[in-house]
Design a protein around this ligand. Structure first.
Ligand code: 0O2
Length: 270
């Protein structure tokens, strides 16, 4: 196959990866805007390099002309979660989506690989429209926790370094490390609700402060300077006290003040 053909062949895969990453990032933004805990911590996407595709084809005895039918992880998405429970929420959300058809699933969390590898794998069929055609692309989605990812990234680079023949002392240490990862994930799961509560309240505070600062900036345009300065001082006072309910009330109060000035402005224009 010519290099030029590879470019053409991989182009819809690139589009599929870009679209899915964009959609997942949008979901994360929706959660953040609502100040609600998001089961997704991060998303990454990649199209396998030509040399990795060729290496995988060789390892699996796939003839070059059958690569696109038989290698399902040319397009890859990795979704990183904080907790194991979040992984299964993400899996359910993917199963329900109308823009992806789940073709296969492997739960390497319930059934870890001998190496100690843990992750949830899904292959979904995803449709993209390029300038000239519609393509249905298989996309491998790997869903794992931050801790699982830490282990997998390191183990992957070690395997690469030793060309998949890890010295046994290293292999044993990595297997032991994977047990520590399992323990860490279980430990974090046991205090999940407390962590989620702390993170949600941090995000909610950030959203309220953002709204308040926005309102004060807008009031600068319509209200007398002294009044805006007084509101600003009041905000700093409340902020320093750190009481969320007071911040919430102050945000409502500012909305009301802004409404009053808006009505005054409308009245003066008629
Ligand atoms: P890359 O560079 O991440 O794309 P296999 O026969 O195991 O090579 P298969 O049958 O296509 O692969 O499916 P499988 O086992 O679900 O693995 C697909 C991908 O999962 C791998 O892609 C890795 O990304 C990841 N993976 C699977 N097993 C392991 C493991 O033991 N350790 C690590 N670190 N990752 C793993 P590639 O093509 O190997 O690599």
């Amino acid at each position: 196959m010519e290099i030029q053909n590879w470019k053409e062949i991989l182009s819809p895969y690139e589009l599929a990866v870009d679209e899915i990453v964009l959609k997942v990032r949008h979901i994360m933004k929706e959660y953040a805007d609502q100040g609600v805990y998001c089961p997704i911590e991060n998303v990454l996407g990649r199209v396998k390099s030509i040399s990795s595709i060729l290496a995988k084809a060789k390892k699996k005895n796939v003839p070059i002309e059958e690569i696109t039918e038989r290698i399902e992880d040319i397009a890859g998405i990795r979704i990183i979660c904080q907790f194991v429970e979040d992984i299964y929420k993400v899996v359910k959300a993917i199963q329900k989506r109308s823009d992806m058809k789940v073709q296969s699933e492997i739960d390497y969390i319930a059934n870890p690989k001998d190496s100690g590898y843990r992750s949830y794998h899904m292959v979904v069929l995803y449709q993209v429209q390029t300038a000239f055609e519609t393509h249905t692309i298989p996309v491998e989605i790997q869903i794992r926790t931050l801790a699982m990812n830490f282990w997998a990234v390191i183990e992957h680079s070690m395997k690469y370094k030793y060309d998949h023949n890890l010295p046994s002392r290293l292999s044993m240490r990595l297997t032991a490390a994977s047990e520590a990862v399992l323990k860490l994930d279980n430990e974090m799961s046991s205090i999940r609700s407390e962590i989620v509560e702390a993170q949600t309240s941090f995000r909610e505070k950030a959203n309220i402060v953002h709204d308040i600062l926005n309102s004060i900036r807008n009031l600068h345009k319509v209200a007398p300077q002294e009044e805006v300065m007084a509101l600003q001082d009041q905000f700093f006072q409340i902020y320093n006290q750190g009481d969320m309910e007071q911040l919430r009330q102050f945000s409502f109060h500012l909305d009301h003040v802004a409404q009053v000035y808006l009505m005054k402005q409308k009245g003066s224009q008629t």
